[in-house]
Design a protein around this ligand. Structure first.
Ligand code: SF4
Length: 316
């Protein structure tokens, strides 16, 4: 690990200013992703701004009947919150499908949205990777790509966004609230938060330099039955090959997003409208523009079978 300097921020605005004002600075909260990347020298920040003491660890009801979740609320606390369990169960299920109990105790809501890819070549500093070192190439294209993306990828990068929580946030139409270094704030719909890779796969979200996540807000509950189905190579402590977050209403309509398939949680309105017609219609439409590799083309029929299982459970 390379040496770095450290400071503890006292307000969200100061945190944003501190990161924007220091070259190669990073926020640190739970550190469950960043510290691993620093140990491997994939990330080498020169300065860390600790954001753990900013009072952003509360979950509050909103006037509109939703929930406003502080960015520092732990994954454990969020998944166990009585209103989340009762009204946003897809979120509880998605969080509890991820990582391990110890990691969920440390990982935060804001940090979870910012998880970096688990492409194996990203972690191997002997291999070219446009995400780790822009312009160096992509070892995954033509390499082992079983776990990587089938849609929304580019000629520069075929990695996926790896998380579970954000897939549920996408289905729930969450909003990410931020503060910028100049003190201004904005609200970013979850669907717009992660970028497709294009020519710049090292830029993973629409956040500007120093922009800091303060909250994630959920609109009023959707009702219906909530599901998070995750298919992976082992039963626990593994990232999704395919995941399905869904909220299904009694008449068979609903919402669905897929994880493990793309640079962002993958939700397509035209596909979702086909839910009453069944899993094949939805997946055919959602992945009509897919560009899978020979190694990962199995993910599309796997997504169909996973969604079919969810829809069968919804009818039970
Ligand atoms: Fe790097 Fe993306 Fe290629 Fe993986 S797929 S090696 S993360 S550029």
């Amino acid at each position: 690990m390379r040496s770095f300097t450290y400071e503890r921020a006292t307000t969200p605005g100061d945190a944003a200013k501190a990161v924007a004002g220091t070259k190669n600075a990073k926020f640190i909260a739970g550190g469950t992703n960043l510290l691993d990347l620093m140990k491997l020298e994939i990330e080498a920040p020169t300065h860390l701004v600790d954001v753990t003491r900013l009072g952003l660890d509360r979950i509050e009801n909103t006037e509109g009947g939703g929930l406003r979740i502080g960015a520092l609320v732990s994954n454990t606390a969020l998944s166990a919150h009585p209103r989340v369990r009762a009204d946003y169960a897809v979120l509880t299920r998605a969080i509890q499908a991820g990582a391990s109990g110890q990691l969920r105790n440390k990982a935060t809501t804001g940090g979870n949205m910012l998880q970096r890819t688990r492409c194996p070549y990203f972690y191997d500093t002997n291999m070219p990777c446009n995400k780790r070192q822009p312009g160096s190439g992509c070892a995954a294209i033509g390499g082992v790509s079983r776990s990587l993306g089938v849609i929304g990828t580019s000629d520069a990068c075929i990695a996926t966004y790896p998380g579970d929580m954000a897939v549920a946030m996408r289905v729930l139409d969450a909003t990410v609230e931020t503060v910028k270094p100049d003190g201004s704030t904005r609200a970013i719909p979850a669907g717009d938060f992660h970028r497709l890779w294009g020519d710049t796969p090292h830029i993973e979200t629409v956040l500007e330099p120093g922009e800091f996540i303060t909250h994630v807000t959920l609109p009023k509950p959707l009702g219906g039955k909530h599901f998070y189905a995750k298919v992976r190579d082992r039963r626990s402590y593994a990232f999704a090959l395919v995941s399905v977050a869904a909220v299904i209403q009694p008449d068979g309509t609903g919402r669905v997003a897929f994880g493990g398939m793309a640079p962002k949680p993958w939700r397509v309105a035209e596909a979702e409208a086909l839910l009453p017609q069944g899993a094949k219609a939805v997946v055919d439409r959602a992945f009509a523009d897919a560009r899978p590799t020979a190694d990962n083309k199995f993910k599309i029929p796997l997504a169909q079978r996973t969604l079919a299982g969810v829809l069968a459970d919804a009818k039970a």
